[in-house]
Design a protein around this ligand. Structure first.
Ligand SMILES: [Fe+2]
Length: 393
């Protein structure tokens, strides 16, 4: 993050703490319960957000070396993503040109050739059909016309984008805007190492997971014995970047920072930035590295979803953890991961149950929860719904 922005955010948090204030949306917003429970709304979201929108499938660290590959089906389209011997990132439909069978079934690994399990048609990591059995019997087809269908792909600032539609366009500038591009570039996320991946399946609408990340108003109750020990609750900064936004949560380590010269400040010492990248990405930045949460609906249902959580670390942090004998799981899946699984998602599932009962027709986002106002309105705008009005109090 740029130096001036780090200082602005830390100063802002300190002044909120001193004054006993929080970020203020100047009003509340009411969100209809059917935002989460309606089948009709869900099918619009599935189409516009997951089938016809560029998807962040992970970070550069997911394909760490030439010959790395991964497969993903979370947003519907079966995708095979590769890093070829020149280091270039590419994405293809993971569908055999012969009989449409899924070619590669492993989730991740090192492989530069992919053979279809049905008849053994084999492709290289540039999607080219390099061989198939018994051409004398099958027929001498033109192999160059039977490659894997390429999907638009972009690797930038350490993110891997894929468009599920072969004719789709990934315009990073249009997605992020220059300010967020400059900021994401400044972090150096491309150098981070993937150390751990986990997933949590929950009976809740996919957007409810995002809602649990969007404010710190709940820290002193839900996270009283976990996050609240290291974070101040109900104090944050909030900024928007087109359809994306960033909240900056406040760590208790900020308390001693006032005495330090501002030149020595680092954002991750006193704060914890969380980016919401439209539509389904939550990117948490810590002093260890990042935690990427990708949120997807499951079983074609508004009532079930999965959080795919990946933990990436800086190399110097990994060395230090090794020296101290601290396993990464202690910070990752058993640390942060267990808090969201056992605390946040438990209440989010309860909220889904409450809304599904039909006994409440709306939920309310406070003046201190502006991220929820913003991204719910971006969802609505993208679906051609009217913005939720701000109710001034
Ligand atoms: Fe939480």
């Amino acid at each position: 993050m740029l130096r001036e922005e780090q200082v602005r955010l830390l100063r802002g948090l300190i002044s909120h703490l001193d004054a006993g204030t929080n970020v203020d949306a100047k009003g509340i917003v009411e969100n209809p319960a059917d935002t989460y429970t309606s089948e009709e709304r869900f099918s619009e979201e599935k189409n516009k957000f997951f089938e016809e929108y560029p998807q962040i499938i992970g970070m550069s660290g997911d394909l760490p070396e030439p010959g790395s590959f991964l497969t993903i089906e979370d947003f519907g389209a079966p995708v095979l993503a590769t890093r070829d011997e020149t280091g270039a990132f590419k994405a293809f439909a993971n569908v055999c040109a012969h009989r449409a069978v899924i070619v590669e079934n492993d989730k991740k690994g090192l492989k530069s050739k992919f053979s279809c399990p049905f008849h053994g048609w084999t492709y290289d990591n540039k999607g080219k059909l390099i061989g198939f059995p018994k051409p004398d019997h099958f027929g001498h087809i033109d192999k160059s016309c039977y490659g894997l269908k390429e999907l638009p792909s972009v690797e930038k600032y350490g993110f891997l984008w894929v468009h599920p539609n072969p004719k789709g366009v990934i315009d990073v500038n249009a997605l992020l805007g220059p300010k967020l591009m400059e900021e994401l570039d400044s972090w150096g996320f491309g150098d981070l190492k993937l150390e751990e991946e986990t997933e949590y399946v929950t009976d809740m609408n996919w957007k409810l997971a995002i809602d649990t990340f969007g404010e710190s108003y709940h820290f002193s109750t839900l996270h009283k014995n976990s996050l609240f020990e290291s974070f101040h609750g109900n104090v944050q900064m909030f900024d928007t970047f087109k359809r994306n936004s960033r909240i900056t949560l406040c760590k208790r380590d900020i308390d001693g920072m006032k005495e330090e010269p501002e030149e020595d400040w680092h954002i991750c010492k006193g704060a914890f930035p969380v980016y919401f990248l439209f539509p389904n990405i939550i990117l948490n930045v810590s002093n260890f590295g990042i935690i990427l949460v990708r949120q997807y609906p499951l079983e074609d249902s508004p009532h079930k979803s999965v959080s795919k959580v990946s933990f990436y670390y800086r190399s110097d942090v990994l060395k230090e953890l090794e020296r101290l004998g601290v396993p990464v799981e202690e910070i990752g899946s058993e640390g942060f991961g267990s808090v969201i699984r056992d605390e946040d998602y438990v209440v989010a599932a309860a909220s889904h149950k409450g809304m599904r009962s039909g006994l409440i027709d709306k939920i309310t986002f406070g003046r201190n929860e502006p991220a929820l106002h913003h991204y719910h309105n971006t969802f609505r705008e993208a679906l051609d719904y009217q913005k939720l009005p701000l109710i001034e109090l």
